[in-house]
Write a protein that binds this ligand. Structure first.
Ligand code: NAD
Length: 247
């Protein structure tokens, strides 16, 4: 299968590190002009510099997905420079938690503001550009936590379950403009968000035993799914959540 993404323009949020960084670099490697957004300007500048050093087209922007005026300015700049936006990957996220009776209100708000509202604000800014093109792909980060309950994850899990339903509604609204909207649901992928591989051996084993494939996911596993969802092979897939969790 040859996934031809050459010359497409993508925005990836949370592209400074972790899964988002891998998604951005993989898309750029496939010939995509990749716009990398992150709250941490230095991190995303380094990441884009590394990609550019390999001859890839990657452009960093410091951008907090909670700040709509900044998002609008970035989207306008991208539209002016690149002429279009084919792919939007809403990957930026946080996973702060605690059991409900001690969960701080600000922790709840942080999860909702970044994971859910940030996704909404990015879509709000990019959808008009995609509608004008009568084409586009929106791909949002959900999580297996949206389906499987775990202790202390109420704020995070609720935000990700809401991203799933938001994506379904979005798909219905944008379908007439040939814009698809899907979300991906990673399982356990060692990153700075989730230090699974640093847990004591017995705890690691207990978690690994819950996975059908019995090994941790890799950031590339998610990046490959994003390439597929961005490609012509996925034209007829919309409004769905795809699991990339090792079962
Ligand atoms: P990470 O913490 O390694 O990276 C997250 C990135 O998002 C960072 O670069 C951070 O600076 C950026 N970010 C945070 N808040 C932001 C904001 N307000 N505006 C812009 N950028 C912001 O996390 P990760 O493990 O790579 O996770 C990426 C996505 O995948 C998240 O949405 C996460 O919820 C989801 N996910 C991850 C796992 C996993 O096992 N790692 C599992 C399920 C879902």
């Amino acid at each position: 299968m040859n996934i031809d993404l050459n010359g497409k323009v993508a925005i990836v949020t949370g592209a400074g590190k972790g899964i988002g960084r891998e998604i951005a670099h993989t898309l750029a490697h496939e010939g995509v002009i990749t716009i990398m957004l992150d709250l941490d300007g230095n991190l995303v500048a380094d990441s884009a510099k590394e990609a550019a050093g390999k001859g890839l087209q990657a452009y960093p922007y410091e951008c907090d997905v909670r700040n709509f005026s900044r998002i609008e300015a970035v989207v306008e700049d991208v539209r002016k420079r690149q002429g279009r936006i084919d792919i939007l990957v809403n990957n930026a996220g946080v996973a702060n938690g605690g059991p409900v009776d001690v969960l701080k209100e600000e922790t709840w708000d942080l999860n909702m503001d970044i994971n859910l509202k940030g996704t909404f604000l990015m879509c709000k800014a990019v959808a008009p550009v995609m509608k004008q093109q009568r084409a586009g792909r929106i791909i949002n980060a959900a999580s297996f936590a949206a389906i499987v309950p775990s202790y202390g994850s109420a704020a995070y899990a609720s935000s990700k379950a809401a991203v799933h339903q938001f994506t379904r509604v979005l798909a219905g609204e944008l379908g007439p403009w040939n814009i698809t909207a899907n979300c991906y649901s990673p399982g356990m992928i060692p990153t700075d968000m989730n230090h699974f591989a640093d847990l004591p051996d017995d705890r690691q084993q207990r978690l690994l035993d819950t996975l059908t494939l019995r090994y941790w996911g890799k950031k590339e596993d998610v990046a490959h799914l994003i390439c597929f969802l961005s490609s012509d092979y996925a034209s007829y897939i919309t409004g769905t959540m795809i699991d990339v969790s090792g079962g």
